[in-house]
Design a protein around this ligand. Sequence first.
Ligand SMILES: Cc1ncc(COP(=O)(O)O)c(C=O)c1O
Length: 393
Amino acid sequence: MDTSKLNKSYEQNGKNLAIKGLMEKMVNVTSPVLPPLEEFIPMLEDIWESKWLTNNGKYHREFEDALARYLGVPHISIFSNGTLALITALQCFKITGEVITTPYSFVASSHALHWNGIAPVFADIDPVSLNLDPQKIEAAITSRTTAIMPVHVYGNPCDVQAIQDIADTYGLKVIYDAAHAFNVDINGHSVLNYGDVSILSFHATKVFNTIEGGAIICRDEATKKRIDYLKNFGFAGETKVIAPGINAKMNELQAAYGLLQLKRIDEAINQRKNITDLYRDLLKDVKGISFLNDMKGVKHNYSYFPIFVDESEYGTSRDDLYEELQKHNIYGRRYFYPLISQFPTYNKLLSASAENLPVAEAIALQVICLPIFPDLSEAKIREIAVIIDQYGS
Ligand SMILES: Cc1ncc(COP(=O)(O)O)c(C=O)c1O
C-alpha cells in the first residue's frame, strides 16, 4: 500500500487544524449569523425537488413579501448584491452627469456611479452624524448635478428632511445607499422610505445577511416593475427587452435562507444593542476615546461600533491602538479609511481635495470599528475595553 498519500493527507489535516485553532482565537470585526441548518435542509430538498433555482421563484416571491412587511416599506426588489442594486437604481432613473455623494463610505458607493459613467462629486460630512452635511451638498450643486447619493453610515440616518428639501428645490433625485440601515426607523417610520429609492446590502458582514444579497426599496408599483425588468436583462416578456438590463437576480437558495434569517433578526439586533451598551459603559471614561450615541427618535440596528481616537488626549495614535488590538488577536477595521476620495480612481477629482473634505479627512484618521456581532461574549468585550483603556496614557 502506498502510504505517502495518506501521510500527506494527515499532514494537511494537521495544518488545517492548526489554522482552525488560530482562527477560533481571532476576533473579527464581525461574524455572520447563520440560520439553523436543520431548518434550511427541508427548504433545500424542496428546491431540489422543484428544480426551480432562480428567476422569480416561489422563495424569491415569498422573501420579497416578507421583507416588505417586516421593514414597513411599500415595494422591494431583491438583488444578488448591494452593488448591483446601486448600479441598477441609477440606471432606473437614467441618472447622468454629476452626483453628489460622501467620501466617508465603502468604496462601492462611488464605484456604482463610476460604472454608470457618472462623476461623483464629494461633499464633506457632518462631524456628529458622519453623514453628508446638507449645507455642503447645496454648495456642491452645479448645472450638471442630477442626483444626490447619501449614505446612512453605520446605519445612522442622514438628515433626510434637509436633503429632501434641497432635492425638491433643485429638482434632483435622491438615491440612498442604505447598505447599513436594515430595520432602522425614524419616529416609527422606516428610514428606507425617504428619497426616491434606498438600497440595502445583505452581504455576510451585514446585520442581516443572505450570504451575498441586496435590495432596492422604491415608492410605487411602476418603479418596482422597471427595476424588476432591469435586474433581469431588461426582459419585459418573452421577446421584449425594454433596456440594456443586467443580471442581478437573487437565487432561490439565498431567498429561502433569507426567509429563515428574518425569524431571528430581532433577537440579533437586541444582542447588538446589549453589546453597544456595554462598550459605551466600559469606554465612557477612557480619555481620548469617543463613540457615537443613539439619535433622538431613531430605532438603531447597532450594525457597527466605531470609536474615535483623539491622539493628543489618548496619548497614542489610532494606528498604534489598531495594531495593539491585533497583537491580542482582535481585528477591528478602520471603516472608512482611506476615504473613497483618496483612492486613485477618484483622487484627481477637484472635489476630492483634502481642503474640500476637512471633517471626513480628520475622522478617517481617528476611526476603528470594534468587533460587534451577536455571539461576541461579554468577557471578550471586557477584554477589548481593558486593552483600549490600558494602552492609552
Ligand atoms: C455603504 C455600502 N454600500 C454598498 C455596499 C455594497 O454592498 P454589497 O457588498 O452587497 O455589494 C456596502 C457593503 O458591502 C456598503 O457598506
